[in-house]
Write a protein that binds this ligand. Structure first.
Ligand code: 13P
Length: 281
């Protein structure tokens, strides 16, 4: 069942658990994630970066693929197709027009006033189409879609000003997490996370979910995180399984067998993450 993320995240905020955003890269990944979450009976947000959308043939292709898979795999659990880190109003508009049910507008590289201006425009268009919106305050650095940047942490004041002036549905405050693998132990500012959560009525999102130790994931959820984004983790799990297959089976050449050799490892990891996030309906 395709829907925007409002109900799933508001339920998660009340119930003190987190909904996973798993980023997709192709048809097989989408199928594995949908099957795993259907069988685990949990909601899921399929994250699509601009780069991944381009790779798969554009927003319309991704949207049609997800819709058809949801139907043919009999997925009755809630599913959201989400633009991850939309960099402009135009990009968000295209995703919305293609049928995405939520978008993230990431104008965090701009000054706060400009971030607010762009985010507000996206919210107006998205809400007129029943689509939910996530925004970013501060800047979450690291490496994503092959782009590397440095982080700036969010403050409560900036989060409040952005929320009050835009009407966003969820917020990703940068509080020490990064995209990609961590160098050393992740240093998350739980105190500010909790303060932001206590002062904002909307669900909070944790980007850079890969490599955060289990106790810190639990702490983040207890400080108000309702959505956790996972990309690199599944990429690494899938690649390791496929590499193993290719090294151990020199005869294999059927792409279905090569790509599919990562399925079991991905599904096992999805189950572990969903259990860790305590995700439920
Ligand atoms: P990771 O690649 O670190 O899991 O981060 C994913 C993410 O935050 C997508 O927006």
């Amino acid at each position: 069942m395709l829907e925007n993320f409002n109900e799933m995240l508001n339920k998660a905020k009340k119930g003190h658990y987190a909904v996973p955003q798993f980023n997709i890269n192709n048809l097989e990944w989408t199928k594995y994630i949908l099957e795993a979450c259907r069988d685990l009976n949990v909601p899921v947000i399929l994250g699509v970066s601009e780069g991944a959308a381009k790779y798969m043939g554009g927003y319309n292709v991704v949207s049609a693929m997800v819709k058809e898979l949801v139907k043919s795999l009999n997925v009755t659990t809630p599913v959201c197709i989400h633009l991850d880190h939309g960099t402009s109003y135009e990009s968000c508009q295209k995703a919305i027009d293609a049928g995405f049910t939520s978008v993230m507008i990431d104008a965090s590289r701009h000054e706060l006033a400009e971030n607010i201006r762009i985010t507000k425009e996206v919210v107006e268009y998205a809400h007129s189409k029943g689509v939910s919106v996530e925004a970013e305050v501060g800047h979450i650095g690291g490496t994503e879609d092959n782009i590397t940047s440095t982080s700036t942490n969010a403050t409560l004041e900036d989060c409040q000003v952005l929320y009050e002036n835009t009407g966003i549905d969820s917020l990703a405050p940068a509080l020490g997490s990064v995209h990609g693998f961590y160098k050393g132990e992740p240093n998350l500012d739980f105190e500010t996370m909790e303060i932001i959560n206590n002062n904002l009525p909307i669900p909070l999102v944790l980007h850079g979910g890969t490599g955060i130790p289990e106790d810190k994931i639990a702490k983040a959820i207890s400080c108000g995180i309702s959505k956790i984004n996972i990309n690199t983790d599944l990429q690494a799990v899938w690649s390791n399984a496929v590499r193993n297959k290719l090294e151990n089976d020199k005869e294999v050449y059927d792409p279905r067998k090569v790509i599919g050799s990562g399925e079991e490892a991905m599904k096992t990891r999805i189950k572990e993450l969903v259990t860790l996030f305590n995700t439920r309906l």
